[in-house]
Design a protein around this ligand. Sequence first.
Ligand code: SF4
Ligand code: SF4
Length: 167
Amino acid sequence: MAKKLLIYLDRLRDNSPGEPSDNPRPDGVLSEYPDRSGRKTIRELAVFRYTCRRCEDAPCIDACPADALDKNPEGIIRRSTNLCIACKSCVVICPFGTMMSDFFEHHRTLENYFDLSDPDEIQKFIDRNPEGVVSWVDMEEDPEKNIYRLNDLVLVREIDWESIKGK
Ligand code: SF4
Ligand code: SF4
Protein backbone atom coordinates (compact mmCIF):
# COMPACT_ATOMS: atom_id res chain seq x y z
CA MET A 1 0.00 0.00 0.00
CA ALA A 2 1.43 3.41 -0.95
CA LYS A 3 1.95 5.73 1.98
CA LYS A 4 -0.31 8.72 2.23
CA LEU A 5 -0.18 12.09 3.87
CA LEU A 6 -2.83 12.46 6.55
CA ILE A 7 -3.83 16.03 7.40
CA TYR A 8 -5.86 16.64 10.55
CA LEU A 9 -7.94 19.63 9.53
CA ASP A 10 -9.55 19.82 12.95
CA ARG A 11 -6.14 20.02 14.69
CA LEU A 12 -4.91 22.52 12.14
CA ARG A 13 -7.89 24.73 12.90
CA ASP A 14 -7.30 24.43 16.66
CA ASN A 15 -3.64 25.36 16.23
CA SER A 16 -4.34 28.87 15.11
CA PRO A 17 -1.06 30.61 14.40
CA GLY A 18 -2.38 34.03 15.41
CA GLU A 19 -2.19 36.83 12.94
CA PRO A 20 -1.85 35.03 9.63
CA SER A 21 0.25 37.76 8.10
CA ASP A 22 2.85 37.32 10.89
CA ASN A 23 2.87 33.57 11.01
CA PRO A 24 0.98 32.05 8.10
CA ARG A 25 0.07 28.41 8.20
CA PRO A 26 2.06 26.36 5.75
CA ASP A 27 0.12 24.73 2.97
CA GLY A 28 0.65 22.15 0.31
CA VAL A 29 -0.11 22.76 -3.31
CA LEU A 30 -1.14 20.45 -6.01
CA SER A 31 0.18 21.26 -9.41
CA GLU A 32 -2.32 23.02 -11.63
CA TYR A 33 -5.78 21.94 -10.63
CA PRO A 34 -7.95 20.88 -13.53
CA ASP A 35 -10.67 23.46 -13.32
CA ARG A 36 -11.04 27.17 -13.84
CA SER A 37 -9.65 27.98 -10.42
CA GLY A 38 -5.96 27.52 -11.25
CA ARG A 39 -3.49 26.54 -8.53
CA LYS A 40 -5.25 25.19 -5.45
CA THR A 41 -3.97 24.45 -1.99
CA ILE A 42 -4.61 21.23 -0.16
CA ARG A 43 -6.33 22.97 2.72
CA GLU A 44 -8.70 24.93 0.54
CA LEU A 45 -9.65 21.88 -1.50
CA ALA A 46 -10.18 19.82 1.63
CA VAL A 47 -12.22 22.45 3.42
CA PHE A 48 -14.59 23.05 0.53
CA ARG A 49 -14.98 19.32 -0.04
CA TYR A 50 -15.31 18.09 3.55
CA THR A 51 -15.96 21.00 5.92
CA CYS A 52 -18.38 23.14 3.91
CA ARG A 53 -22.00 22.26 4.61
CA ARG A 54 -23.03 23.03 1.05
CA CYS A 55 -25.77 25.50 1.92
CA GLU A 56 -28.43 25.47 -0.74
CA ASP A 57 -28.54 29.25 -0.88
CA ALA A 58 -24.72 29.53 -0.44
CA PRO A 59 -24.54 33.00 1.14
CA CYS A 60 -20.79 33.01 0.50
CA ILE A 61 -21.44 33.13 -3.25
CA ASP A 62 -23.92 35.99 -2.92
CA ALA A 63 -21.56 37.93 -0.65
CA CYS A 64 -18.61 37.76 -3.03
CA PRO A 65 -18.23 41.11 -4.79
CA ALA A 66 -15.86 39.67 -7.37
CA ASP A 67 -17.90 36.71 -8.63
CA ALA A 68 -15.00 34.54 -7.51
CA LEU A 69 -17.11 31.78 -5.96
CA ASP A 70 -19.39 29.27 -7.58
CA LYS A 71 -20.35 25.61 -7.24
CA ASN A 72 -18.86 22.88 -9.36
CA PRO A 73 -21.11 20.21 -10.89
CA GLU A 74 -20.89 18.19 -7.65
CA GLY A 75 -22.18 21.17 -5.64
CA ILE A 76 -18.77 21.88 -4.09
CA ILE A 77 -17.82 25.52 -3.64
CA ARG A 78 -14.78 26.60 -5.62
CA ARG A 79 -12.89 29.87 -5.66
CA SER A 80 -11.28 31.43 -8.67
CA THR A 81 -7.96 32.71 -7.35
CA ASN A 82 -7.64 34.96 -10.37
CA LEU A 83 -10.85 36.82 -9.49
CA CYS A 84 -10.64 36.78 -5.70
CA ILE A 85 -9.70 40.15 -4.20
CA ALA A 86 -9.17 38.74 -0.69
CA CYS A 87 -11.92 40.88 0.87
CA LYS A 88 -12.98 37.97 3.17
CA SER A 89 -16.68 38.76 2.86
CA CYS A 90 -17.23 35.05 2.34
CA VAL A 91 -15.37 34.23 5.58
CA VAL A 92 -17.50 36.66 7.56
CA ILE A 93 -20.85 35.59 6.17
CA CYS A 94 -20.36 31.82 6.34
CA PRO A 95 -22.51 30.74 9.32
CA PHE A 96 -20.34 27.68 9.95
CA GLY A 97 -16.85 29.16 9.99
CA THR A 98 -15.93 26.94 7.09
CA MET A 99 -13.06 28.91 5.67
CA MET A 100 -9.78 29.67 7.42
CA SER A 101 -9.19 33.35 6.84
CA ASP A 102 -5.54 32.86 6.00
CA PHE A 103 -6.56 31.23 2.73
CA PHE A 104 -6.72 34.78 1.53
CA GLU A 105 -3.66 36.23 3.26
CA HIS A 106 -0.95 34.72 1.16
CA HIS A 107 -2.63 33.28 -1.85
CA ARG A 108 -0.54 35.50 -4.12
CA THR A 109 2.83 34.33 -2.76
CA LEU A 110 4.51 30.95 -2.72
CA GLU A 111 6.75 31.23 0.34
CA ASN A 112 4.46 29.16 2.54
CA TYR A 113 3.46 26.69 -0.12
CA PHE A 114 5.14 23.34 -0.52
CA ASP A 115 4.98 21.41 -3.75
CA LEU A 116 3.63 18.00 -2.83
CA SER A 117 5.00 16.42 -5.98
CA ASP A 118 8.51 16.82 -4.49
CA PRO A 119 9.47 14.48 -1.57
CA ASP A 120 11.78 17.10 -0.02
CA GLU A 121 9.01 19.67 -0.10
CA ILE A 122 6.61 17.18 1.48
CA GLN A 123 8.99 16.73 4.40
CA LYS A 124 9.29 20.50 4.79
CA PHE A 125 5.51 20.75 4.75
CA ILE A 126 5.27 18.15 7.54
CA ASP A 127 8.01 19.85 9.56
CA ARG A 128 6.45 23.31 9.26
CA ASN A 129 3.15 22.15 10.74
CA PRO A 130 2.61 21.60 14.46
CA GLU A 131 3.34 18.03 15.53
CA GLY A 132 0.49 15.64 14.80
CA VAL A 133 -1.17 17.80 12.14
CA VAL A 134 0.41 16.20 9.05
CA SER A 135 2.01 12.76 8.99
CA TRP A 136 2.71 9.76 6.80
CA VAL A 137 0.27 6.88 7.25
CA ASP A 138 -0.27 3.40 5.83
CA MET A 139 -4.00 3.49 5.38
CA GLU A 140 -6.86 4.22 3.01
CA GLU A 141 -9.99 6.32 3.37
CA ASP A 142 -11.95 5.36 6.49
CA PRO A 143 -15.17 7.37 6.86
CA GLU A 144 -15.92 5.70 10.20
CA LYS A 145 -12.87 7.51 11.54
CA ASN A 146 -13.74 10.69 9.64
CA ILE A 147 -10.79 10.14 7.33
CA TYR A 148 -11.47 10.93 3.71
CA ARG A 149 -9.53 10.73 0.48
CA LEU A 150 -8.65 14.01 -1.18
CA ASN A 151 -6.50 12.52 -3.93
CA ASP A 152 -4.01 9.66 -4.47
CA LEU A 153 -1.54 11.26 -2.03
CA VAL A 154 -3.63 13.03 0.59
CA LEU A 155 -6.14 11.92 3.22
CA VAL A 156 -7.85 14.46 5.45
CA ARG A 157 -9.45 13.99 8.83
CA GLU A 158 -12.28 16.36 9.53
CA ILE A 159 -15.10 16.44 12.05
CA ASP A 160 -18.07 14.80 10.40
CA TRP A 161 -20.69 17.51 10.93
CA GLU A 162 -23.42 15.33 9.39
CA SER A 163 -22.96 12.74 12.14
CA ILE A 164 -23.16 15.28 14.97
CA LYS A 165 -25.99 17.37 13.55
CA GLY A 166 -29.05 17.33 15.80
CA LYS A 167 -27.13 16.11 18.87
S1 SF4 B 1 -12.33 36.73 -0.19
FE1 SF4 B 1 -12.37 36.30 -2.41
S2 SF4 B 1 -13.84 34.62 -2.63
FE2 SF4 B 1 -14.20 35.54 -0.60
S3 SF4 B 1 -15.82 37.11 -0.95
FE3 SF4 B 1 -13.84 38.17 -1.13
S4 SF4 B 1 -13.38 38.09 -3.33
FE4 SF4 B 1 -14.97 36.56 -2.95
S1 SF4 C 1 -21.76 29.67 3.48
FE1 SF4 C 1 -20.09 28.39 4.33
S2 SF4 C 1 -21.00 26.36 4.65
FE2 SF4 C 1 -22.42 27.52 3.32
S3 SF4 C 1 -21.81 26.94 1.21
FE3 SF4 C 1 -20.65 28.79 1.74
S4 SF4 C 1 -18.68 28.06 2.61
FE4 SF4 C 1 -20.12 26.34 2.61
